[in-house]
Design a protein around this ligand. Structure first.
Ligand SMILES: *Cc1c(COP(=O)(O)O)cnc(C)c1O
Length: 429
């Protein structure tokens, strides 16, 4: 597999380099040189396969001979077996595609676990690696659990203090061992900026063997392509004819993966990019102006991002496919509307959480009778227990994974959003 840097097309790397580097020169994102294409005949064939088999097939089309097929299959199996997605119907032509049945109850398990598998496979020399990542809530848990107790890997996770849910925090800040968590007194965007600064610091990068596990890492995006195919395999041929998928967006990694699935040949009619009040992309699509505001805290906190990192990849996908950005559905949903929507879903017999509700709201507005709408269920409602209980006046039962961690003490360090402090911390440890 060959990839190029979106900010410097001269910089070309293979898959192993892209996954290890995370970002290229000038903090540019890596993008596949070639998107594999499948015929409708092949599509039918792979839709017949089971999730693990099919996913491994799709990933090998991208990665090629850099990873042996059998090894890749094993990695995919280790990464995905515990997170099989489900479709749950909410209305006749609308369903939630639930991606939160993995160990940390969010779709981020797919990308994080696949990345961990591949990194450990590629680390032939058993070099010591530092995974540094910023989280708006769910990445932290997914990455921490994916790398927990892995040999020669230490994981440092930055998150905005007080801006993630109590249960999100419990999931990954109680692990210890090779997992270090830092509560930053600032926003997610500031955490993300610190991570980028660290990656720009060549000396630091080499000294501690720096790697990122953010959704900027191409391995995570590739893993996420696979479940769009799974969604397709779970619906009727009638429903497949006109399928609209609403994606709750923060860093726009999930949407990028969906667009990649479409580029390969999965016939998705259209996508809706759904944001909360942090609506840099919706405003950009309306006005053509890219003007991020300060990040606002909302109920759907994992989407409280005003500088979405993956957007250049979305633009690139539209460009190389000759698609028109005007065909991308979009919208923003306020917290008030999110609350109303959660209540409405509850009336329909479906208990959801704020992120999926944002996507459902926009999907409901746009889906026609002859279309089939899917909204992505990106996290389990229990991760947002307090807000969901307050809104629905119902008790949400904690799944076992959360119950187990709930009584453990938080082990996080605290830090100001100051790069020099972070640098010292990383070198000292
Ligand atoms: C991370 C996250 C999102 C946003 O996904 P992106 O790929 O960053 O756009 C949405 N919902 C939940 C629950 C998340 O954890």
């Amino acid at each position: 597999m060959k990839l190029y840097n979106l900010k410097d097309h001269q910089e070309q790397v293979n898959f192993a380099q892209a996954i290890k580097l995370g970002l290229g020169n000038k903090q540019g994102l890596f993008f596949p040189n070639q998107i594999p294409k499948i015929s409708s005949k092949t599509l039918l064939k792979i839709l017949d396969m089971n999730f693990i088999e099919r996913s491994s097939k799709i990933l090998s089309m991208f990665i090629g001979d850099e990873i042996q097929e059998q090894k890749l299959y094993q990695s995919v199996k280790n990464a995905f077996s515990c997170s099989i997605p489900k479709i749950v119907y909410v209305e006749e032509n609308i369903a939630c595609f639930e991606l939160f049945h993995g160990p940390t109850l969010a779709f981020k398990d797919f990308g994080a676990r696949f990345m961990a598998q591949i990194l450990s496979y590629l680390n032939h020399q058993n070099e010591v690696m530092t995974i540094l990542t910023a989280t708006s809530g769910d990445t932290g848990a997914a990455v921490a659990h994916a790398f927990y107790k892995m040999k020669n890997v230490r994981v440092i996770i930055l998150y905005p203090q007080g801006k993630i849910s109590e249960y999100q925090e419990k999931l990954f800040c109680t692990l210890g061992k090779n997992i270090t968590t830092i509560a930053v007194n600032g926003s997610f965007d500031e955490c993300q900026k610190l991570v980028k600064q660290a990656f720009n610091d060549q000396e630091l990068k080499i000294e501690i063997g720096l790697n990122s596990a953010n959704s900027i890492n191409i391995s995570r995006l590739l893993a996420q392509i696979c479940y769009y195919f799974e969604a397709f395999s779970l619906i009727s041929t009638q429903q497949q004819k006109k399928i609209i998928i609403a994606v709750p967006c923060g860093n726009f990694g999930n949407l990028t993966a969906g667009l990649l699935a479409k580029s390969i040949g999965l016939p998705i009619e259209s996508f809706i990019a759904a944001t909360n009040a942090n609506d840099t992309v919706p405003r950009f699509l309306e006005t053509g102006q890219w003007s991020p505001n300060n990040t606002i805290s909302t109920l759907s906190n994992a989407m409280d991002i005003s500088q979405p990192n993956n957007w250049p990849r979305v633009e690139e996908l539209f460009k190389i496919n000759n698609w028109n950005l005007k065909d991308l559905g979009f919208g923003r949903v306020s917290d008030n509307e999110t609350i109303k929507t959660l209540k409405k879903l509850d009336h329909l017999g479906y208990i959801s959480e704020p992120h999926a509700a944002v996507a459902y709201r926009l999907l409901k507005k746009s889906v026609q009778k002859d279309e089939f709408g899917l909204f992505l269920g990106t996290a389990h409602p229990a991760k947002f227990k307090q807000s969901v209980e307050n809104i629905l006046k119902k008790i949400i039962i904690l799944p076992k994974t959360l119950e187990e961690r709930n009584h453990l003490p938080l082990l996080s360090h605290k830090m100001k959003p100051d790069f020099n402090k972070l640098r010292q911390f990383l070198l000292k440890k």
